[in-house]
Design a protein around this ligand. Structure first.
Ligand code: AFP
Length: 299
């Protein structure tokens, strides 16, 4: 889409995507108390899906497939893309979703969220094809962070899940604070490679630990206070745990638009060219100086 008209079409579709995400958020939140149980199914990554994962995925699939300009819906909970009636590489987007990131936090009543990436190419593809990304965070309040051509904003989303949604922009220009305060590193410490362990020991002496087990909540801490989040390569899992298309790329887009950096340990995560929809990658995101130190430590 090169001309001005098509650029405004892009903006309209991106806006409509996040309108749809915002409108589903209260219903997903309202459904959480009754869906803490396992669904009996596994997702394509081999993880047990909760009833809440399945419900969020179904609600988001219906809402996003109905958006004009969305050609396909791609979900961490589904093996393949769902056709939404448009040729993604011509005049429509592929919307990639982690419907309920951190759903294992539901049992312990901790934060979790929905991650969204808007790609202008069919998946699997690199994060360079993202035109927008965002996440909903189900914490004490429901917020939505959206990164697009205009920058990064935070909204508060309110609604009873029965229909209307109230949205208010609480931060119109969200940027990563210059002075880092927090860090959060996933995986078990004995499973960290020696070079990452050495980096972690340095960071532990400089910053405060904030790790809650849901990437959306932990990255939101970094965006709010400055710092670094990582789910690193592990000794027995060199590709780490997080999915490139549904988690790493959208978060990378948001953090980069907010002035930070996102790496796979050696280079920008958005340069990673995946083989499949559900490829996993190590992810390190946060203040540029902390990511530069990380890449030097792993070199
Ligand atoms: P769940 O969705 O299974 O809870 O996993 C969440 C997640 O993919 C990501 O949100 C977290 O950063 C990471 O896994 C936490 O993994 P650990 O439980 O190994 O810390």
């Amino acid at each position: 889409m090169a001309d001005a008209d098509s650029a405004s079409e892009e903006d309209t579709t991106v806006e409509a995507v996040f309108d749809a995400v915002a409108e589903t958020a209260p219903a997903i939140r309202a459904a959480l108390p009754g869906r803490r149980v396992e669904s009996g199914a596994e997702n394509p990554s081999g993880e047990t899906a909760l009833a809440a994962d399945v419900y969020a995925d179904e609600l988001l699939a219906e809402a996003l497939a109905a958006v004009d300009g969305v050609g396909s819906y791609v979900s961490e909970e589904r093996e393949a893309a769902v056709d939404a009636g448009g040729a993604v590489d011509e005049d429509a987007y592929a919307v990639a979703v982690d419907p309920l990131d951190g759903s294992s936090n539901l049992r312990s009543n901790n934060a979790m969220g929905t991650v969204v990436g808007v790609y202008d190419a069919p998946l699997p593809t690199t994060g360079r094809d993202l035109v927008a990304a965002g996440y909903v965070l189900y914490g004490p309040i429901t917020t939505m962070v959206v990164a697009d051509a205009d920058g990064v904003r935070e909204e508060v989303i309110e609604g009873d899940g029965e229909g209307g949604v109230d949205r208010s922009v609480t931060e119109p220009d969200l940027t990563l604070p210059d002075d880092p305060v927090v860090y959060g590193f996933g995986g078990r410490v004995p499973d960290w490679p020696a070079d990452f362990t050495a980096y972690a020991r340095e960071i532990e002496r400089e910053l405060k630990l904030r790790y809650g087990g849901a990437m959306v909540g932990d990255v939101n801490q970094v965006l709010t206070y400055g710092g670094v989040f990582a789910y690193p390569a592990l000794v027995d899992a060199p590709d780490g745990k997080l999915r490139l298309s549904f988690e790493a790329n959208p978060i990378a887009y948001i953090v980069e638009r907010a002035g930070g950096r996102a790496s796979d340990g050696a280079s920008p995560i958005r340069d990673v060219d995946p083989d499949g929809l559900h490829d996993r990658v190590p992810l390190y995101v946060g203040n540029a100086e902390l990511i530069e130190r990380l890449e030097a430590a792993l070199a």
